[in-house]
Design a protein around this ligand. Structure first.
Ligand code: CS2
Ligand code: MG
Length: 407
C-alpha cells in the first residue's frame, strides 16, 4: 500500500521535478516529472490532484493505476497530464523491481541486447568549432553524434553551444535561467542552403563510418522538409529529426513521397493516439517520445509495440531535461524491447549527479541501465536542498521581419 507521494523540486544546474512514492513497508520508488520550462505546472498537478488519490492504493497495480489516473481525470492527454501519470508509473515500476529484487528490464521481459547504442550532441559556432566538438565526443567513445552548427549570416541556429562562448564545454542547454523567454533569430532559406554543406564537410572530414544525426526542430513546411531530406541523402544520415511541427502528422505524407532520409518525430507527442497515423502509415522511421513525457514505461512500451508492427523503431528522447530517473527508465526499456533503434544521451552536469545517484554505465558508445533492483537511482535530499528551483524558459524563434516562428 502507498503511504506517501512527495513532489521534490530541485535545480542542480537545471530544474527537475521528481515524484517519490513510499509504501507502508518503506519501499521507495522514484519517477521523473520534469517538463522543461513548465516544471511547476506538473508539480502542482501531482501534489494537488494526484498525490491524495494514491495514498492507500496497492503499489503493485501498475496497469490499473495508469488506467485509473488516465480515465478518471476525464481531461485527456497533453504534456502536463501525461508527464504526471508517467512519474507515478515509473515510480511504481521502481517499487516493483525492488520488491522482486530485479532490475526493471528483467520485469519487462529481460535483455534483448547487451547494451543500448546512444548518440551524443556536437555543435559549434562554425565548422572549426564543431570539428573540435566532434573530436571531443569521439575521444569520449561515442559512435553516433548529432550535428548542429550556426548558420552563417543568421547569427546562430538551433542547438548551438560554442566552446568559445561557454568556457570550454560543448554542452548545449536550451533552457535559459531567466524570468523571461529569450528570443533567437531564424532564416529558413539560409538554413536549407547550408545544411548539405555541413554534412558534406562532416563526411569528408570524419569519414563514412561515423553515425550522424540532425535535428531541424519543427521549423520547416512539408515542402521545405522534403527538400532538406533530399539534399541530405548523399550523406547517409541515421535520422533527420522533427522536420515539421507535429500538430499536423499528415504533413509527413508529402515529405515521405520525396525523400528516403530516415525521419524521427515525436519528442513533444505524449500518447499512442498522437503517434497512430505516423506509425500506421509508416510516415516515420523512429519514435522520438520519452518515458518521462509519454505516460511512463507502461505507455511508451505500448507505443513501441505498435511501432514494431509497422517496422518503426525506437529513438527515445534523452536531453538534459529528462532527469537521471527518466534516463534510467529509458535505458531499462531500451534494453528490453525488440525494435530498439538508438537512445539520445546528453550527459548531465556534475551538480545533477550530486542529487541523483545512478547505476547506469557508458562504454564504447553504448549504455546499460545496471543490475540494481528497480531503476537503480537514488535521490539525495541533502544535496538537493543546496539547489533550489530557479525559473528557466526555453527560447522562442523570430524571423528577420519579427514574425514569431516555431522554435
Ligand atoms: C532536442 C531537445 O534533444 C533534442 O532533440 O530537441 O533539446 C529539446 O529542445 C528539449 O528537450 C526541449 O525541452
Ligand atoms: Mg529534438
Amino acid at each position: 500500500m502507498i503511504r506517501t507521494a512527495e513532489v521534490l523540486v530541485s535545480s542542480p544546474s537545471r530544474n527537475f521535478v521528481t515524484l517519490r512514492i513510499t509504501t507502508e513497508d518503506g519501499v521507495v520508488g522514484l519517477g521523473d516529472a520534469t517538463l522543461n520550462g513548465r516544471e511547476l505546472a506538473v508539480a502542482a498537478y501531482l501534489r494537488d490532484h494526484i498525490a491524495p488519490l494514491l495514498i492507500g492504493i496497492d503499489a503493485q497495480r501498475i496497469e490499473d493505476t495508469w488506467q485509473f489516473l488516465y480515465r478518471s481525470a476525464y481531461w485527456r492527454r497533453g504534456p502536463v497530464t501525461m508527464t504526471a501519470i508517467a512519474a507515478v508509473d515509473v515510480a511504481l515500476w521502481d517499487i516493483k523491481g525492488k520488491l522482486a529484487g530485479m532490475p526493471v528490464y528483467q520485469l519487462l521481459g529481460g535483455a534483448s541486447r547487451d547494451s543500448a547504442l546512444v548518440y551524443a550532441h556536437a555543435s559549434g559556432a562554425d565548422l572549426e568549432d564543431l570539428g573540435d566538438s566532434i573530436r571531443s565526443r569521439l575521444e569520449e567513445g561515442y559512435r553516433a553524434i548529432r550535428l548542429q552548427v550556426a548558420v552563417p549570416g543568421m547569427g546562430g541556429g538551433y542547438g548551438i553551444s560554442s566552446a568559445r562562448e561557454s568556457g570550454g564545454r560543448y554542452t548545449y542547454e536550451p533552457a535559459k535561467r531567466a524570468g523571461l523567454t529569450i528570443e533567437e533569430g531564424w532564416d529558413t532559406r539560409r538554413y536549407l542552403a547550408y545544411a548539405p554543406k555541413l554534412f558534406e564537410w562532416a563526411r569528408s572530414t570524419f569519414g563514412d563510418e561515423l553515425i550522424l544525426l540532425h535535428d531541424a526542430h519543427h521549423r520547416l513546411t512539408p515542402n521545405e522538409a522534403a527538400r532538406l531530406g533530399r539534399s541530405l541523402e548523399p550523406y547517409d544520415l541515421f535520422w533527420l529529426e522533427d522536420v515539421t511541427p507535429v500538430d499536423d502528422p499528415e504533413a509527413l505524407r508529402l515529405v515521405r513521397k520525396h525523400t528516403t532520409t530516415p525521419l524521427a518525430i515525436g519528442e513533444v507527442l505524449t500518447s499512442v493516439w498522437d503517434f497512430r497515423t505516423l506509425i500506421q502509415e509508416q510516415l516515420i522511421d523512429y519514435v522520438r517520445a520519452s518515458v518521462t513525457h509519454a505516460g511512463g514505461i507502461t505507455h511508451l512500451k505500448r507505443i513501441f509495440e505498435l511501432a514494431a508492427l509497422h517496422q518503426v523503431r525506437s529513438g527515445s528522447h534523452g536531453p538534459t531535461d529528462i532527469s537521471p530517473v527518466g534516463m534510467a527508465a529509458a535505458l531499462h526499456l531500451d534494453l528490453a524491447i525488440h525494435n530498439f533503434g538508438i537512445q539520445e544521451h546528453m550527459a548531465h552536469h556534475t551538480a545533477t549527479a550530486e542529487v541523483f545517484h545512478t547505476s547506469y554505465s557508458f562504454d564504447a558508445g553504448a549504455m546499460h541501465p545496471g543490475d540494481a533492483p528497480g531503476l537503480g537511482v537514488e535521490y539525495d535530499d541533502l544535496a538537493a536542498a543546496r539547489f533550489p528551483y530557479e525559473p528557466a524558459y526555453l527560447p522562442a524563434a523570430r524571423l528577420r521581419d519579427g514574425t514569431i516562428h516555431d522554435w
